[in-house]
Design a binder for this molecule. Structure first.
Ligand SMILES: Cc1cc2nc3c(=O)[nH]c(=O)nc-3n(C[C@H](O)[C@H](O)[C@H](O)COP(=O)(O)OP(=O)(O)OC[C@H]3O[C@@H](n4cnc5c(N)ncnc54)[C@H](O)[C@@H]3O)c2cc1C
Length: 305
């Protein structure tokens, strides 16, 4: 089957792109492993204008309802191969389907790096969060821990200090990967630092209640109400390695039009090298990518269906 545009990824970036293209009457196929992506994990979505504190999955439900109303074609499948031959794009899925298109929009998102310890899955959304920017407001008066290292720690602590009553910084690195001055500064702010520590497991009944750490051969139990895992993100960009230019973090490099290094390929959302991984940013980029795709098709005299 041939389309004007194939969008890969049904998170908020890909879904927003599909809404714009549907309204522009561009023949579009959206292929995704699931619909909603990371938003499905946001227990309370914050910082999305007009939608604050509700479940991310509710926003997904509303967008998908609109997507269905507009008749956007969706295939639930995983894209495993992308090729460009004679200016045309060939998309192969895990179930063996093949599609061609004039334009591609990459919106495969990012996944936070997990601890991979017992209890992590059980308490995800019940005391374990991967997004300080999103969930810091629910820590008012609470005792929290953050596992992280390096300079990202300083920005996150600045946000957490506005809400939490007691903060533990647990870090696998010596001095949490900070300079001596930075470390002294955060300790003077009342932050407890446990460096060179490895989280072994998370415990609790219905919610997270404590973290079991190992430090210099000793096991330590830390009682906390919340744990923020801020170890960075990984990209799902393996299939893009020899296809578009990626930065050192594996993110797709784009310009202000969401154009990638390959003509006719646009990218949007957390998969890109934009520094802020937020729903509103991903949605905005989805819109830009769709409008740029439309402009690209028109400027090359390509007939849209
Ligand atoms: C727990 C949590 C809470 C959050 N809370 C907030 C918040 O309160 N406020 C806020 O602004 N942001 C929040 N975020 C961040 C926000 O959810 C993301 O920035 C945003 O959802 C990114 O959207 P995206 O479309 O770029 O990517 P994603 O949501 O990651 O979507 C990518 C999509 O691509 C699909 N996909 C991946 N690879 C393939 C493939 N090969 N083939 C087909 N499909 C593929 C995936 O299945 C998925 O559907 C939170 C994130 C998490 C994890």
């Amino acid at each position: 089957m041939e389309y004007d545009v194939v969008i890969i990824g049904g998170g908020i970036a890909g879904l927003t792109a599909s809404l714009y293209l549907a309204r522009l009457k561009v023949d579009t196929l959206l292929i995704s492993i699931d619909l909603g992506g990371q938003l499905n994990n946001a227990v309370k979505l914050h910082n999305y204008p007009g939608f604050d504190g509700e479940k991310g999955i509710e926003l997904v439900r509303r967008i998908v309802e609109l997507v269905q109303e507009l008749g956007i074609e969706i295939l639930i499948d995983e894209v495993i191969l992308l090729e460009k031959v004679n200016g045309k794009f060939y998309v192969t899925t895990r179930s063996g389907e093949k599609f061609t298109s004039k334009v591609l929009i990459l919106a495969m998102g990012k996944v936070p790096i997990r601890l991979a310890v017992p209890g992590e899955e059980k308490f995800r959304g019940r005391g374990v969060s991967y997004c300080i920017l999103c969930d810091a407001p629910i820590t008012i008066g609470r005792k929290v821990a953050m596992v992280s290292y390096g300079h990202r720690v300083l920005g996150y602590l600045e946000i957490l200090r506005k809400y939490a009553s007691e903060i533990y910084l647990v870090s696998p690195k010596p001095n949490a990967g900070l300079s001596r001055e930075e470390l002294e500064h955060i300790i003077s702010q009342g932050i407890h630092v446990v460096d060179r520590a490895k989280i072994k497991k998370l415990e609790g009944r219905n919610r997270l209640e404590s973290i079991i750490l190992e430090r210099e051969g000793l096991e330590i139990q830390l009682k906390v109400d919340m744990l923020f895992v801020e170890l960075g993100y990984t990209t799902a960009t393996d299939i893009l390695r020899d296809f578009v230019k990626l930065n050192e973090r594996g993110e797709v490099i784009i310009d202000k039009y969401c154009q990638t290094s390959v003509e006719g390929v646009f990218a949007a959302g957390d998969i890109t090298d934009i520094p802020y991984k937020q729903a509103i940013v991903a949605a905005g980029q989805g819109a830009i990518a769709a409008l740029s795709a439309y402009r690209y098709l028109k400027s090359r005299g390509m007939q849209t269906s």
